[in-house]
Ligand binder design. Structure first.
Ligand SMILES: [Zn+2]
Length: 380
């Protein structure tokens, strides 16, 4: 029987959560972080150790060592629980199986033509059963998608799937018999960074994604900044270039018009007089093709301007760049850096950029993290 987090409340849960996100930690370091005496901490952690939720391990990421009898640092057993995360696009479900610490241990993908909620639920259910074959049982499922799912249960709108008011969590729960949570994909990716990526040790950071759309997330003191509009993709249409192309909503040079993969591939295709994919457009730009280079350079300058806006408004310690179109950062780095510099005060600190892999595994892992958080925090 795996040790369970379910009955944890108050300080016990806060201690276990601190070890999950920052561990392994020595008891001295943990007491310091929790602002507790070592005696109180030892009394609090003993039942957690006795139940197998916290373990004594060798080695530590935390600082400090106690006087007297040396103690082994505490950690959680990350493999005690497994979670499935599924990221949906308009035609593909990307699934991962992760540990309690969001380490990906298996992945599966399934494409679909029929975007009806019934069919997509069946696709998710098949992914869950394939991912859990031969593995320890799955504790919970997280599903993420480009759309608005503010109550974590139903999808109010999802443009790529043409959905309105779909009770997806209940449908997946009925099909899999597993607790399920639904979240906007950018929110989920930002939560993954907050708990298991750039977040630990940073009080303030932002996430910017480029891909089918443009996304932005902000984390301040361990909490993502949200309101009821989260998941609407409000940063997808900010003006970046007065001479840019027009997006599907009629904005000239907005972030979607300048940075979405479809828009960049389309602009290069028009310039060349033949259809090219996004990756081909970037390949051509990298190889010195002048027409592709001009479009990709303009996209890079637009991204630099957007990063400068993010930095100037939100003052992050770091910006994490991700999304399936993130290869733009590598190909257009010079243009990005030039535009970023031009729109920043010369006295401002250099903006630290951290680039993530652009594959869908990262998005699916974000979905798993939402399931992990729901389970660990006990939010139903
Ligand atoms: Zn727009």
């Amino acid at each position: 029987m795996s040790p369970t987090w379910k009955p944890l409340t108050g300080t016990s849960r806060a201690v276990a959560l601190e070890v999950l996100v920052h561990g392994p930690l020595s008891r001295v370091e943990l007491a310091r972080r929790m602002e507790m005496s070592q005696g109180s901490l030892t009394r609090l952690t003993k039942p957690l150790v006795d139940r197998g939720l916290l373990l004594e391990v060798n080695g530590t990421r935390g600082a400090g060592s106690g006087v007297g009898r040396p103690q082994k640092p505490l950690d959680v057993l990350a493999t005690a629980h497994h979670f499935v995360g599924v990221k949906l696009t308009g035609e593909t479900a990307y699934g991962v199986l992760t540990t309690l610490r969001a380490e990906v241990v298996a992945q599966e993908t399934e494409t679909f033509d029929d975007t009806s909620p019934q069919n997509v639920t069946a696709v998710i259910s098949r992914l869950v059963s394939r991912l859990s074959t031969g593995a320890p049982s799955v504790t919970a499922v997280g599903v993420s998608l480009g759309g608005h799912a503010a109550d974590h249960q139903s999808v109010a709108s999802a443009p790529y799937l043409h959905w309105v008011d779909v009770p997806l969590a209940a449908m997946v729960e009925a099909a899999t018999s597993l607790p399920t949570v639904v979240e906007n994909d950018l929110v989920a990716l930002t939560e993954a960074e907050s708990w298991f990526g750039a977040g630990p040790g940073l009080d303030q950071f932002a996430v910017v994604t480029v891909g089918a759309g443009v996304g932005f997330g902000l984390v301040v003191r361990g909490h993502q900044v949200t309101n009821a509009d989260i998941g609407l993709g409000l940063v997808g249409h900010i003006p970046l270039d007065p001479n840019g192309p027009v997006c599907f909503q009629g904005h000239r040079g907005c972030s979607t018009a300048m940075l979405s993969m479809e828009s960049i591939a389309g602009a290069v295709s028009v310039a060349l007089g033949r259809r090219v994919t996004y990756d081909q457009a970037l390949d051509l730009a990298a190889a010195g093709d002048p027409a592709a280079g001009r479009v990709v350079g303009e996209a890079g300058r637009a991204l630099g301007r957007m990063l400068a806006l993010v930095a100037n408004f939100t003052m992050p310690r770091k910006v994490v760049l991700g999304g399936e179109g993130v290869r733009l950062v590598e190909v257009a780095r010079g243009a990005i850096d030039d535009a970023l510099r031009a729109d920043r005060d010369p006295k401002a600190s250099p903006l630290v950029l951290e680039v993530r892999p652009g594959d869908f595994t990262e998005w699916a892992r974000g979905a798993a993290v939402v399931a992990i958080q729901t389970y660990v925090l006990g939010v139903d």
